[in-house]
Design a protein around this ligand. Structure first.
Ligand SMILES: Nc1ncnc2c1ncn2[C@@H]1O[C@H](COP(=O)(O)OP(=O)(O)OP(=O)(O)O)[C@@H](O)[C@H]1O
Ligand SMILES: [Mg+2]
Length: 194
């Protein structure tokens, strides 16, 4: 399966989601994460620690892809229309992480309009960095009710920052919410690969 994370707004959890979705897929089949962002956030994450799957730069990806069952593609924010067209063409599932704030929602709605003109129906919106214990997530869910939204949201936990810093997955860091945070991605995994 080829899964691509994209968003019209930066800092919405593309890299964090790519890393944890790759971890889910890697638990059953060989999985490669391709870092398509010139910032190399995913590559740097993997180099700081130890991830249970390989991360490669887009520039060297062609050689690696043949050995993997699943590929996750992390991309830079704000693809232009041509980029988005190419991303759609190159994946089985396009995931659009979206945070529950109006700027992020507006950006996602614009992307959705573009995807509709491209007649793409292989996309799903993932609510991420949702503040715990507030109504924000539910309100955003209502605002996006007509769109293909994953049932599972990814809640906001400081454990993710710790994971990025240590180069680990969220459940491996010392944090009282580490396991709870991971359970969000585990449930998401069942929607991606039922
Ligand atoms: N569920 C979460 N809870 C708390 N913090 C999070 C969560 N997901 C991501 N973050 C933090 O939010 C910031 C942005 O996340 P991330 O780098 O994954 O976003 P991005 O969309 O890849 O950003 P960019 O557009 O710059 O590539 C990071 O500091 C990350 O640690
Ligand atoms: Mg990123």
């Amino acid at each position: 399966m080829l899964v691509t994370c994209t968003s019209a707004k930066g800092g919405v959890g593309k890299t964090t989601s790519s890393i944890h979705i790759a971890a889910l897929l890697a638990s059953s089949n060989p999985t490669l994460l391709i870092d398509g962002d010139p910032n190399h956030s995913a590559l740097r994450w993997s180099k700081r620690g130890n991830l249970p799957f390989q991360v490669v730069d887009l520039m060297s990806a062609a050689k690696h892809t043949r050995n993997f069952e699943h590929i996750v593609f992390d991309t830079p924010a704000r693809p232009n229309q041509e980029d988005l067209e190419a991303l759609v063409d190159g994946c089985d599932l396009l995931i659009i992480p979206t945070t529950p704030d109006i700027l992020s929602i507006d950006a996602t709605l614009e992307t959705v309009d573009l995807l509709e003109t491209l007649k793409c129906d292989r996309y799903r919106i993932l609510l991420t960095i949702v503040p715990a214990g507030r109504k924000t997530g539910e309100q955003t869910r209502d605002a996006l009710a007509e769109l293909p939204l994953f049932k599972q949201s990814i809640r906001q936990y400081a454990a993710y920052e710790k994971a990025a810093l240590a180069g680990l997955l969220v459940y491996e860091v010392k944090d009282r919410n580490a396991r709870i945070a991971w359970s969000d991605y585990q449930r998401l995994g069942k929607e991606i690969l039922p």
